[in-house]
Design a protein around this ligand. Structure first.
Ligand code: PAF
Length: 285
């Protein structure tokens, strides 16, 4: 695997791949790779001639009181894993390479509406940071396909909308969430959990599964279900941030006729914020 730190070096490679007619698959990450990321790499490997991964802990998408400084950085292990999974190029830019004019002077990409709801409401500016860095990375790598985990469901929809709005000709693929045996969605932030919190954490997914069953079995008002499962989470030891039941594509609030839904949940265990989601097809009313 070739590790590249500068945009110029990456562009030289990319021009060569395009001249040779090779398809390029891209997996953007913030590192601290786990089996979820490696599934994205494997999907890219299966579908494309060249696989590029990036590792960049993007300061622009962290809030002031969030974990930018403590975010796990495990570059040697990450490189070894990417190599084992036959990644061709790791793009590893510095903050200065990415934002040469500084964070305050940077041009932003803002996807209106969807960026301000749900997680965007709890984390103001987060999706603006994500959309900005992903559009920059897309311009640098110019892949044919890009691969994102469905665990970050709202992020995936923000990126899809951004690509459509900016006429970006990249096939955006959402890859199913990878879970531990007990159901906990894999995430770099799981490493922050104490042993006791790790025992509680899978109850987030259990809550989603039960809520999905309720949604499929009867048409109780959504507010009643949300209240019920918020109490279930609190009882289990979480501090719920939100449970939302939304339209699966637009993430807008659901009307009576909508049957393609997504349930999104965020909850704290101590200071650790966990998110998860499940799509649900409701039977016709
Ligand atoms: O999902 C992530 O790891 C990040 O939000 C991403 C897409 C790499 C942008 O920094």
């Amino acid at each position: 695997m070739n590790t590249v730190e500068s945009i110029n070096e990456l562009r030289t490679l990319r021009r060569q791949w395009h001249r040779e007619g090779k398809t390029v698959g891209f997996v953007p990450t913030m590192g601290n790779l786990h089996a979820g990321h490696l599934t994205l790499i494997s999907a890219a490997r299966e579908q494309c001639d060249i696989v590029v991964a990036s590792i960049f802990v993007n300061p622009l998408q962290f809030g002031k009181n969030e974990d930018l400084d403590t975010y796990p950085r495990t570059i040697d292990e990450d490189k070894a894993q990417l190599d084992r999974h036959h990644t061709d190029v790791l793009f590893l830019p510095s903050v200065a390479e990415m934002y040469p004019r500084g964070l305050d002077e940077q041009t932003f990409v803002q996807v209106p509406g969807i960026s301000d709801m749900i997680c965007g409401n709890s984390r103001p500016g987060h999706f603006r940071g994500v959309a900005t860095v992903v559009s920059k990375l897309f311009n640098m790598v110019q892949p044919d396909r890009a691969f994102f985990g469905q665990k970050d469901y709202q992020q995936l929809q923000v990126i899809r909308l951004m690509a459509a709005d900016l006429s970006i000709d990249i096939d955006i693929q959402g890859i199913p969430t990878q879970r531990a045996e007990d159901g906990l969605a894999l995430s770099s932030r799981n490493g922050y959990l104490t042993e006791e919190q790790r025992q509680i954490a899978p109850k987030l997914y259990a809550c989603l599964l039960n809520l999905k069953t309720d949604l499929q079995n009867d048409r109780q008002p959504l507010s009643v279900l949300i209240e019920k499962y918020t109490a279930v989470l609190a009882q289990a030891g979480f501090k719920p941030d939100y449970i939302e039941i939304r339209h699966a594509d637009t993430l807008e609030p659901v009307g009576d006729m909508d049957n393609q839904l997504v349930v999104l949940v965020a909850a704290f265990l101590g200071n650790v914020r966990l998110i998860d989601n499940l799509t649900v097809t409701r039977p016709e009313a």
